[in-house]
Design a protein around this ligand. Structure first.
Ligand SMILES: C[S@@+](CC[C@H](N)C(=O)[O-])C[C@H]1O[C@@H](n2cnc3c(N)ncnc32)[C@H](O)[C@@H]1O
Length: 245
């Protein structure tokens, strides 16, 4: 989806199930971008509130994209004005847009960076100015890890974050499911082909963390605020929150 010249939004939307689907699996055939984006934002909001309830006041949002409404700092600072947030994205356009929106908020920073380089990111001056790595923080990776193939050692990167952050810190992820067609790999505008993963694979990314209940679940089922309708529902994405022991 192109919003303006040079500004691309990477979507996990899809038009049809893939041959990878189990015959009786719930599927995501009717998925659309706006709905998917809302679902991930809603999960992120619930996860921010969960982390605040655990006493966390500092956040890193990896692959933050172009901020819309209900961003991590909006939710966190609404409840806890002292909360600090560092956004990270590898897209220079997202960084420019974000910086313009955060002007004047001294507890928010926007960093151009690649989540696959944890040591470099965590050594970044702005990150160090905003965050105290000796205290628990929450790292969000919402709707982004499915753009990183295993061959880029995503597991190693997440393990490096885990080892660098204080006990009691949290990792928050949402991830495209195996039922989502990798249509973006066929889209000439996509610079990040989609890498869907199963619940087991998503759980594997969180090795060494303790999964917070209810574990890796369809995204709507992660601590919903109101009952989630029962029956077959599209499993487009999984979500999980995990605690560093
Ligand atoms: C689908 S958007 C998700 C944006 C936001 N997290 C949300 O839920 O609305 C994915 C974002 O991840 C960014 N991204 C992709 N690969 C990345 C990487 N290796 N490091 C940092 N950001 C990355 C893209 O530039 C894009 O802005």
């Amino acid at each position: 989806m192109e919003l303006a010249k040079g500004v691309t939004v990477h979507s996990i939307s899809t038009a049809a199930p893939t041959p990878r689907m189990a015959p009786d699996a719930p599927f995501a055939a009717d998925m659309d971008y706006a709905d998917a984006a809302r679902t991930h934002r809603d999960f992120a909001r619930r996860a921010v509130q969960y982390c605040l309830n655990q006493g966390i006041r500092q956040f890193v949002d990896l692959g933050s994209g172009i901020p819309t409404v209900g961003t991590v700092h909006e939710v966190a600072q609404y409840h806890q004005p002292e909360a600090r947030v560092v956004y990270v994205d590898s897209d220079p356009a997202a960084v420019v847009h974000s910086k313009a929106m955060f002007t004047g908020n001294e507890r928010v920073a926007m960093v151009l960076g690649d989540l696959r380089e944890p040591e470099r990111l965590l050594a970044n001056t702005e990150v160090r100015q905003q965050l105290d790595l000796g205290k628990p923080l929450a790292i969000f990776a919402v709707a982004v890890l499915h753009f990183i193939p295993d061959s880029d050692d995503l597991g190693g990167a997440l393990a490096a974050y885990r080892d660098a952050i204080a006990p009691g810190s949290h990792m928050v992820i949402s991830h495209g499911s195996e039922y989502v067609a990798p249509m973006w790999s066929d889209d000439a505008r996509s610079i990040h082909p989609l890498v869907p993963r199963t619940t087991q694979q998503v759980a594997g990314l969180l090795a060494g963390f303790d999964l917070v209940e209810p574990g890796v679940v369809p995204i709507q089922q992660w601590r919903p605020e109101s009952p989630v309708p029962t029956g077959p529902a599209p499993v487009r994405s999984y979500a999980a929150v995990a605690r560093r022991p």
